[in-house]
Write a protein that binds this ligand. Structure first.
Ligand code: SF4
Length: 350
């Protein structure tokens, strides 16, 4: 069964490190956007989805419209339905509305529980607001709560990271996504790179922070199942697993991607076009995806790894032993291997 991704391209304010497609939120645009999403969903009336994911941007800003959008989606009764949500927009009313609309998994953009780090990231919430959002979500009836963490933040130390993880794991969450801060060219941080470069952890420090996060999370019962994702047993993100297992999904909204009936597509990053067209424009990005290359590239992001075939096996002699594991006929990377996964994958598929 396919998954459904809906990209919500609105934020209250752009964070200086973010290169996701989003524009300032207004109620009138949100209404128009909801209508455009519903029009696009009509094309998939015959498709039943077992995962739905509202990503962004800040989907929680759209809380008044989620129920109507979901009423136009044909999903299974046990579907995983996720909405990303920012702590400052996660008030009681918003959370209750999301819950009653059918959202059963929340992904909250905590990033850090250190106020100095949150400030450096230009986030609009404080550590207390983030903690409160998780507690409120739990009170509103959400059991499946994920928190986003950022590694390699300006001035972050192993101690401050450990402190954040410690506090976070004491809260009612069941999943953690921990991403290394990457400075992208077309962001405020990218443009001010020279000013901030000496406050950023260097590559060795980043590696230490990552390995420390893996260890600290596993110690607290969050099992790593992907390079950047950790969950209590049975709470891995079913929607995101589809991406890494090269399964198909439909993407709706500007900048969304799809993998549909064997082809990969992208929707242009143009909210205006998305709003005025009956159906979104979909540009083919890959007409005949290389299935073997995808199997290796995506599968090695996962701790379950890939089936070890002869050709790959022959190339392993070039790779240091501490970077990978072989077990039950499968190849997977160790946390140290994940840190150099791009190089390893390039060596395996060249
Ligand atoms: S990080 Fe999240 S809240 Fe900040 S601009 Fe990007 S999508 Fe919006």
């Amino acid at each position: 069964m396919r998954g459904l991704y809906i990209h919500v391209p609105f934020c209250v304010k752009k964070c200086p490190y973010c290169d996701f497609y989003s524009l300032p939120f207004t109620e009138s645009r949100a209404e128009e956007y909801k209508n455009a999403v519903v029009r696009n969903l009509l094309r998939y009336n015959n498709e039943q989805f077992d995962t739905v994911y509202f990503g962004g941007g800040t989907p929680s800003l759209l809380y008044r419209h989620i129920a109507e959008i979901l009423s136009n989606v044909n999903y299974t009764c046990n579907a995983e339905i996720t909405a990303e949500c920012n702590p400052e927009s996660a008030g009681k009313e918003v959370l209750e509305e999301l819950k009653s609309a059918g959202i059963n998994r929340l992904s909250i953009g905590v990033q850090s529980l250190d106020n100095a780090e949150l400030n450096a990231l230009g986030r609009r919430h404080s550590a207390d607001e983030a903690k409160n959002a998780i507690l409120l979500a739990n009170k509103a009836g959400f059991e499946n709560i994920s928190a986003d963490l950022m590694l390699g933040v300006l001035n972050q130390t192993e101690r401050s990271l450990e402190q954040t993880i410690d506090e976070l794991c004491g809260l009612p969450i069941i999943h953690v996504s921990a991403y290394l801060l990457k400075i992208e060219e077309n962001t405020v941080f990218g443009k001010r790179y020279n000013e901030i470069a000496d406050k950023l952890p260097n590559e060795d420090k980043q590696a230490e922070l990552y390995l420390r996060a893996v260890e600290a999370l596993e110690k607290r019962g969050f099992i790593q199942y992907e390079i950047s994702n950790f969950a209590k047993s049975g709470y891995e993100s079913r929607h995101n697993l589809k991406y890494w297992r090269a399964e198909e999904y439909v993407g709706i909204g500007p900048s969304a991607h799809s993998y549909y009936k064997g082809k990969r597509y992208a929707v242009p990053k143009r909210l205006d076009k998305f709003l005025e067209s009956e159906f979104q424009t979909e540009e083919i990005t890959e007409e005949f995806p290389d299935r073997e290359e995808e199997r290796v590239m995506l599968g090695l992001r996962l701790c379950e790894g890939i089936e070890l075939r002869e050709e790959i096996s022959a190339r392993l002699r070039f790779i240091p032993r501490e970077y990978y594991r072989i077990s039950g006929g499968r190849l997977s990377l160790t946390p140290k291997g994940f840190l150099v996964s791009n190089e390893i994958i390039a060596m395996l598929i060249e």
